[in-house]
Design a protein around this ligand. Structure first.
Ligand code: NAI
Length: 247
């Protein structure tokens, strides 16, 4: 079984992914930025499934911290086989005409630069030409990349558009190196992220516009991520999995 790093995984989709991967027997590096108690609790929970797990603090938008995160994983868990780029932020809803550069740059650094930096460190470890054995990367994008999030957070939607392009380009760039790169595009998933966007009940408001008539659960996203990481998806790269109830 593999050694998998999940960024921003102390709660939400990342934590659900940790539980699903642990149940499949993978060792895990749970990255968190601020929530050490939640990360430690999750580590204890997944260790009960008989796997090795560590919690490592790092702000993944910062290059030095990303390097330290991957080094900690090398030392404490062993060779990386999979990366889930999951960490992301949503800032309070506002139209583009009110956004300032500080907000836009914070959002792009957190949601886009971090994915690039983590992909870079993962490739250095997994690429055949660097002595690695290949592996898989799953980028958590969003249906917002398609929908645009007008009037809510176009900056966030654009950051996820960048992740789609990263996935497409990188999947081709590293295909010959034994590394598969895929993307999930969740839609309206019941996590605390919507509270950060200023509307805890957002899914309730929009659910009538979702063909399946409901929001999704973090576990429904986690199952798709786990499949994309697995050998069952051995010929799948550069793909986009919509997890948005038909929206
Ligand atoms: P969440 O807010 O529960 O999880 C995001 C995690 O990322 C948090 O634990 C946060 O602390 C962490 N994080 C933020 N900045 C970080 C940094 N600089 N370094 C390390 N960790 C950092 O939200 P959720 O919903 O679980 O989001 C996970 C991913 O799913 C995000 O990329 C999000 O954009 C994406 N997504 C979520 C959807 C939803 O409806 N909840 C829909 C589509 C995509």
């Amino acid at each position: 079984m593999g050694n998998i790093l999940i960024t921003g995984s102390s709660r939400g989709i990342g934590a659900a992914t940790a539980r699903v991967l642990a149940a499949k027997g993978h060792n895990l590096c749970i990255n968190y930025n601020q929530s050490q108690p939640a990360a430690d609790q999750l580590v204890k929970q997944v260790q009960q499934l008989g796997i090795k797990a560590i919690a490592v603090q790092a702000d993944v938008s910062q290059e030095q911290q990303v390097m330290a995160l991957f080094n900690a994983m090398d030392e404490q868990l062993g060779p990386l086989t999979g990366l889930v780029n999951n960490a992301g932020i949503l800032l309070p809803q506002m139209p583009v005409e009110q956004m300032d550069a500080a907000r836009i740059n914070r959002l792009l650094t957190t949601n886009v630069t971090s994915y690039f930096l983590c992909c870079k460190e993962a490739i250095k470890r997994m690429a055949i030409k660097h002595g690695g054995r290949g592996g898989a990367i799953v980028n958590v994008s969003s249906a917002a990349a398609r929908l645009g999030a007008a009037g809510e957070y176009v900056d966030y939607a654009a950051s996820k558009g960048a992740i789609d392009t990263l996935t497409r380009g990188l999947s081709v760039e590293v295909a010959s190196q034994g590394i598969r790169v895929n993307c999930v595009r969740p839609g309206f998933i019941d996590t605390k992220m919507h509270t950060d966007g200023g509307e805890p009940d957002r899914i309730e408001r929009v659910k009538s516009a979702i063909p399946m008539g409901r929001g999704g659960t973090p576990e429904e996203v986690a199952n798709a991520i786990a499949w994309l990481l697995s050998d069952e998806a051995s010929y799948v790269t550069g793909s986009f999995t919509e997890i948005a109830g038909g929206r």
